[in-house]
Write a protein that binds this ligand. Structure first.
Ligand code: 5GP
Ligand code: ZN
Length: 112
């Protein structure tokens, strides 16, 4: 846990969040200021400031995050597809320096 990191505080339940998925390593919750009908943030529970701070030792964790995204998207009604975004660094528009994947979309009925 990193002091003064708002997402670490959410992991630690010091700050409430609307959690939609949790396992030993990952947490996913609703963005407090959504820019789409569904706007989720998927984070590692361990503090990692940004994608630019990831090393080879984080490869498994990053892989787990990516393969979890489609399931979380489906579970939140995004059957027709979704967008993912990772802002990295000030120049990349990152405001919260705890790695997070934005998952955005509009719920649609299943196509199958
Ligand atoms: P960034 O620009 O760093 O990629 O995005 C940070 C995101 O975190 C923004 O979309 C913002 O609305 C969201 N956010 C910031 N503070 C909080 C918070 O305390 N709770 C939740 N759920 N989302 C937050
Ligand atoms: Zn953190």
């Amino acid at each position: 846990m990193s002091e003064n990191c708002i997402f670490c505080k959410i992991v630690d339940k010091q700050i409430p969040a609307s959690v939609v998925y949790e396992d030993d390593e990952l947490l996913c919750f609703k963005d407090i200021n959504p820019s789409a009908p569904v706007h989720l943030l998927l984070i590692p529970k361990v503090h990692l400031a940004s994608l630019a701070d990831a090393g080879a030792e984080h490869a498994d964790l990053l892989g787990k995050m990516m393969v979890r995204v489609p399931q979380i998207a489906r579970d939140n009604g995004l059957h027709a597809g979704f967008k993912t975004q990772i802002n990295t660094g000030r120049g990349g528009g990152q405001e919260v320096f705890h790695l997070h994947v934005h998952v955005l979309g509009t719920p649609a009925p299943g196509l199958d």
